[in-house]
Design a protein around this ligand. Structure first.
Ligand code: COA
Length: 336
């Protein structure tokens, strides 16, 4: 028996049905399908027409509980990574806890934008490794359409809505589970990607609304440069710390913000493009949901298998970035 580690024992996701395609956006702002696809890799994204982030979370968690054949009352802790909570307070985790009937769980929200899932995963893993809790749900969820300005072509083409969740439990099998992580933040990058209005600095007023301060603002070029370096550096760092070469990695699970950033990260890691999970074409950037959404889709189609080394890697507002190394422990009976 090895060290007690946290491992993922179930994974689920939910994407809303409504599709917003590049062609739909052509009718809304001055853009075109070709520009969006070549600059970002995105063809369409999903939009939640009714309900809030908690509703996305509930659907993702329900699928996870069914997969693991456990009840909501078995859950000890729920961490919701999001920058689009239902409300400032109460925490979306409390709303979710009530909606799913997880009467024995406590929970909290974690705000780290596109790195939210990795921050929350590492946080949840500490509670499992320490032996304090046995079943922790980590969900990455964002209803980005609630904070996007659909008259701003710089940002409205990029984002979509989704949620995906994992269940963390303990394993003592040598060398399996969440093996290593590196997480970073650099607050000096804050002005590159933020939402100015609505917080204690600029409480909602007629003026903040008139100045369109309740929407995502992004300095695309600055963020792009920082993301290319941040995601590639931290992914390489995790590989080096664990003496891994490109051939040892089965999957890179990158945050899905821009296909060019993903390609640069894979190249730096010496990975064949066939080992990179990519679904940005279908969903765009779903912020905290992108990484578990990839995991869930690849799991469902039987490509994610026991014993594989996978590297999760992200970069987002803050700036926040990081990478996590996992040896996947679940046996997959789905046919690839
Ligand atoms: N359709 C058509 N043209 C557009 C456009 C759109 N949707 N958005 C911007 N343009 C224009 C710009 O106005 C600019 O025109 P100009 O040269 O006349 O000023 C031109 O296209 C180039 O814009 P630029 O911003 O230089 O494009 P880019 O190649 O940097 O791509 C992003 C823009 C947003 C796709 C890219 O910067 C990016 O992905 N940034 C990082 C996003 C990210 O990683 N976020 C991570 C955290 S979530």
């Amino acid at each position: 028996m090895g060290k007690r580690r946290a491992t993922i024992t179930a994974v689920g996701h939910y994407v809303p049905e409504k599709i917003l395609s590049n062609h739909d956006l052509e009718k809304m702002v001055d853009t075109n399908d070709e520009w969006i696809r070549t600059r970002t890799g995105i063809s369409e994204r999903r939009i939640l027409e009714q309900g809030a982030t908690s509703d996305l979370c509930v659907r993702a968690i329900e699928s996870l509980l069914a997969q693991r054949k456990i009840e909501a009352t078995d859950i000890d802790l729920i961490i919701v990574a999001t920058i689009t909570p239902d409300m400032f307070f109460p925490a979306t985790a409390c709303v979710v806890q009530d909606k799913i009937g997880a009467r024995n769980a406590w929970g909290f929200d974690l705000s780290a934008a596109c790195s939210g899932f990795l921050y929350a995963l590492v946080t949840g893993a500490q509670f499992v490794e320490s032996g304090v809790y046995s079943k922790v749900i980590v969900v990455g969820a964002d209803k980005m359409s609630s904070i996007i300005d659909y008259t701003d072509r710089n940002t409205c083409i990029l984002f979509g809505d989704a949620a995906a969740a994992v269940l963390l439990e303990a394993t003592e099998e040598e060398g399996f589970g969440i093996l290593d992580h590196r997480l970073y933040s650099d607050g000096s990058g804050g002005s590159g990607l933020h939402m100015k209005g609505g917080g204690s600095l600029n409480p909602a007023s007629h003026e903040t609304i008139d100045r369109r301060m309740h929407y995502v603002y992004q300095d695309g070029k600055a963020v792009y440069k920082a993301a290319i370096k941040g995601m590639a550096d931290v992914s390489a760092e995790v590989m080096e710390r664990n003496n891994l070469k490109g051939n040892d990695i089965a999957w890179l699970v990158p945050h899905q913000a821009n296909l060019r950033i993903i390609d640069a990260t894979a190249e730096r890691m010496g990975l064949d493009p066939s080992k990179v999970m990519i679904n940005i074409d279908k969903y765009g950037n779903t912020t905290a949901a992108t990484i578990p959404l990839c995991l869930s889709e690849w799991w469902q189609c039987g490509k994610l298998k026991r014993g594989q080394n996978i590297v999760l890697s992200s970069f987002g507002a803050g700036y926040t970035w990081g990478a996590v190394l996992i040896k996947w422990s679940l046996v997959n009976s789905a046919k690839p």
